[in-house]
Design a protein around this ligand. Structure first.
Ligand SMILES: [Zn+2]
Length: 353
């Protein structure tokens, strides 16, 4: 076969291969096979010296024509494939702005912390400060300084977790006061009376511990908010006005309060406070056990002995104190039937608040 026919066949095969190349990488393989250093068409150019003189012009022309045809076809095909590959890359990286967004799971503040914050805000607005105290407390601050000496009946009313030392005996501070988990936040009030300048307007939110088995209305660990005011000229009217305002802020302005005489060791006189039932508005229902009222806190005027024990002159100063259970307030405000639901961590329940 004459060289010109070989070249013609090579050109046609190469053009077909170029047309069949589906990617720029496949196209580059065709280019290297034909026009590369060891390419088939390059081989013809290199061997021109061996071509007989009389054929050299015709062969040279045929080689050149084949090269130009192949290069043109390569250029055109490469432009087509480059454009297609760019489109594909853009499609792959594209963001579909018409798809609905994915909702982020956001946490919420726990109902107990929400109630503590809400009540703290109410008292901060009245000019009180918020105090914290130790959860591991001594017998002195938990009972004795609150007018409840060792044989006092209030100690058997509250079953206490005592802290033991290494030998298994009750741990004691300076060989005297026993160490315990506080059963009430009242110890913070004693610290405030000992440490703070007068007058005192303080609330103390925090965890307390009692040896109760968890049931719908008891938890071995729960939260209290206690409050203490010590100033000149404080009367029971100040106590009533403050707590009535508190109840209306928490439960709503239409709710009423009533004060029932009660007994607490460190206040005299003492009272329990009820708020009118929000479901039956005083008619009587299951929520309020038919009474029309819900018990929400205990309070009273600070016993002069308690003031005196903390070095405050009871002839000049008077004050009041109150305490409430945060879980109970939460349950009454949102009609939660079982205190344990607050601790179960069920997100379907907690997200409602
Ligand atoms: Zn009711």
């Amino acid at each position: 076969m004459a060289i010109t026919e070989e070249l013609s066949a090579l050109r046609d095969d190469t053009l077909a291969a170029i047309a069949a190349a589906e990617t720029t990488a496949a196209l580059e393989e065709v280019r290297v096979a034909v026009l590369g250093k060891a390419g088939s068409l390059t081989g013809y150019l290199r061997s021109m010296g061996q071509v007989p003189k009389e054929e050299r012009a015709a062969v040279g022309k045929a080689v050149n024509e084949a090269r130009v045809a192949v290069e043109e076809a390569l250029g055109a095909r490469k432009a087509t494939l480059d454009a297609a590959e760019l489109d594909a890359a853009m499609d792959a990286a594209a963001v579909d702005v018409t798809l609905p967004g994915r909702v982020q799971q956001r946490g919420t503040r726990h109902l107990i912390n929400g109630i503590i914050d809400e009540i703290s805000e109410i008292f901060l607005g009245l000019g009180y400060s918020v105090a914290e105290g130790p959860e591991v407390e001594t017998d002195y601050y938990n009972f004795e300084a609150l007018n409840a000496p060792a044989d006092h009946p209030s100690r058997s009313m509250q079953d206490t977790f005592y802290v033991l030392d290494r030998s298994g005996d009750a741990a004691r501070v300076r060989g005297e006061s026993e160490v315990l988990l506080r059963t009430q936040t009242s110890g913070v009030q004693v610290h405030a009376m000992e440490d703070q300048e007068l007058p005192i307007y303080v609330i103390a939110p925090g965890k307390v511990y009692r040896r109760d088995v968890a049931d719908p209305s008891h938890l071995p660990q729960f939260h209290q908010i206690e409050g203490l005011v010590v100033d000149e000229g404080i009367t029971f009217a100040d106590l009533k006005g403050t707590l009535d305002y508190l109840c209306k802020q928490i439960f709503g302005p239409e709710r009423k309060t009533r004060f029932r005489a009660h007994y607490f060791p460190f206040t005299e006189p003492s009272a329990e406070v009820d708020v009118s039932c929000g479901i039956c508005h005083g008619e009587g229902c299951r929520m309020c056990k038919g009474t029309g009222w819900l018990e929400i806190l205990g309070c009273g005027m600070v016993d002069p002995n308690v003031l005196g024990m903390s070095g405050i002159d009871p002839e000049r100063y008077s004050g009041f104190a109150f305490g409430m259970g945060v879980e109970r307030i939460a349950c009454l405000k949102y009609n939660v039937p079982d205190l344990r639901m607050l601790l179960e961590g069920d997100m379907r329940f907690l997200r409602q608040f």
